[in-house]
Design a protein around this ligand. Structure first.
Ligand code: BES
Ligand code: MN
Ligand code: ZN
Length: 503
């Protein structure tokens, strides 16, 4: 999709469709009012007939409005003007796109960007418009034998900005929004690909592709390399699978030479059947999404490279399958991680923390400024926070605040849970340094507590994206989260040199 910003009133635009907001009850937005005025009251007389109250979710497509050079006008219900907030803005934008894509309009000019959203400036609105539009147009039909060829006419979206001085910031916002949207699309595509196609080797190939495209250094550690490094935890998970494990490393050097990088570590379980502690059959297909943390690292690094952020970044993706097999981990097995710490594998389904532990130890060699791991780690996180917030745990409060701020700004939010020492004893083992599970209580926290034991040598945060990385049910599919949060975090770091991000 092509996006551009323009400033100017609707009576001068020659567009296939002008998009304008209407508030409750039948209160015209500034631009709807302007259209009404040039058309001799056409809009208000239609609304008086009762076709559009202005409630959220409502819309009305009009043709041949008198004295208007544009072919169509799409009115979008925006709810009560005083209550119009970020959610309403995003929903109104998504609604407009869902109508537009079923019209013949090849282009549209949206004035929703001119609506007042409490506390948000034009850059935010343009960015969100780009991201929401791309997300609403996303489909995954590459594996249908007859892809849905129904018309997809919309090719260009013009985003209206109130003043000429908004054009510069608007263009920059489009650039950022487009990079984030592309990163999300990559993460969604990889997530939606099934386990038989999206294997650890496939993820490594994707990283190599991105590396070629942006001139990144890509290293893929093979099983032999892992053995040499003593990655006994990661290797123990892979033993049950016929797909060789990979540890994928991407290095983006946009910053000063020698400047400590931001390390992003993403769980890349391309299928998690649970191993010998096998999962129930219902919805097990969704465990193809267990590599979404890794996919979000690929998406975020790609976006950072696209935006040429002045920052050094290293992406690390430990990737494996977790399957039952004669050679798989067994409950009670004790493995030695690269750090030297031993782990009693009481549940083979708590495999994410095993592969991440070695990846975190591996991250130490980059002397990172901060490390963020991203993982679909615990079902408990879905119970605690549902689908709206990713779980956040950190050993550094400043880092946690930066992440929360980035999530808030991009509407890709996280919520912090405590990482108190008191929880650590749930991981006590009679036979090894620790167990890989901590009982039913506080499952997300004990998962993070396990990882924290491998993150003692740097500032570290953990994002549990089990509830946010994909949607279940009728709209099943990857969301591309938390790519927006991660990219914003990187943008803020690049801008403020690591200083605290504006919330
Ligand atoms: N990938 C799963 C976590 C998961 C489960 C995410 C369901 C989303 C939905 C992870 O590997 C896992 O199986 N975790 C276990 C941990 C438990 C054994 C301590 C879980 O959450 O049940
Ligand atoms: Mn598991
Ligand atoms: Zn898993």
């Amino acid at each position: 999709m092509e996006f551009i910003v323009k400033s100017g009133t609707p009576e001068k635009q020659r567009s296939s469709c002008i998009v304008a907001g209407v508030f409750e009850s039948r209160k015209l937005s500034t631009v709807a009012h302007q259209i009404d005025a040039v058309s001799g009251g056409a809009i208000s007389s239609i609304l008086r007939r009762g076709d559009l109250e202005g409630k959220p979710g409502q819309s009305l497509l009009l043709h041949n409005i008198p004295n208007l050079p544009s072919e169509r006008v799409l009115l979008i219900g925006c709810g009560k003007e005083k209550e119009f907030n970020e959610n309403h803005y995003r929903d109104a934008t998504a609604k407009a796109v869902s109508i537009l894509k079923d019209t013949g309009a090849t282009e549209a000019t949206s004035y929703l960007t001119e609506l007042d959203v409490k506390g948000r400036d034009i850059s935010w609105k343009v960015r969100q418009a780009v991201e929401v539009t791309e997300a609403a147009l996303y489909r995954f039909d590459q594996l249908k034998s007859k892809p849905d060829n129904s018309r997809r006419a919309l090719r260009r979206v013009v985003l209206a900005v109130p003043k000429r001085s908004d054009l510069g910031p608007g263009e920059r916002a489009i650039h950022e929004g487009q990079a984030i949207a592309d990163g999300m699309k990559l993460a969604r595509d990889l997530g939606n690909l099934p386990g038989n196609l999206c294997t650890p080797a496939y993820l490594a190939d994707q990283a190599t592709e991105i590396g070629k495209q942006y001139g990144l250094k890509i290293t893929v550690l093979e099983k032999d390399d892992m053995q040499k490094l003593g990655m006994g935890a990661l290797l123990s998970v892979a033993r049950g699978s016929r797909q060789p494990p990979k540890l994928i490393v991407l290095e983006y050097d946009g910053g000063k030479e020698g400047e400590p990088p931001v390390a992003l570590v993403g769980k890349g379980l391309t299928f998690d059947a649970g191993g010998i502690s096998i999962k129930p059959a219902a919805n097990m297909d969704e465990m193809k999404y267990d590599m979404c943390g890794g996919a979000s690292v690929l998406g975020a690094v790609k976006a950072a490279a696209e935006l040429k952020l002045p920052l050094n970044i290293v992406g690390i993706i430990p990737s494996s399958e977790n399957l039952p097999d004669g050679d798989a981990n067994k409950p009670g097995d004790i493995v030695t991680s690269m750090s030297g710490q031993t782990v009693e594998v009481l549940n083979t389904d708590a495999e994410g923390r095993l592969i991440l532990s070695d990846a975190l130890t591996y991250a130490e060699r980059y002397k990172p400024a901060v490390v963020i791991d991203i993982a679909t780690l615990t079902g408990a996180c879905v119970i605690a926070l549902g689908a709206h917030a990713s779980g956040l745990l950190a050993n550094n409060d400043q880092l946690a605040r930066e992440i929360l701020g980035a999530g808030k700004y991009t509407h890709d939010r996280a919520w912090q849970l405590p990482l108190w020492d008191e929880y650590q004893k749930q991981l006590d083992s009679n036979f090894a340094d620790m167990a890989n599970i901590g009982g039913r209580e506080a499952g997300t926290i004990t998962g993070a507590c396990f990882l924290a034991r491998y993150a003692k040598n740097f500032k570290w945060a953990h994002l549990d994206i089990a509830g946010t990385a994909w949607k279940t049910g009728k709209e099943k599919g990857a969301t591309g989260r938390p790519v927006p949060l991660l990219v914003q975090f990187l943008i803020n770091r690049a801008r403020h040199d690591g200083a605290e991000a504006a919330a």
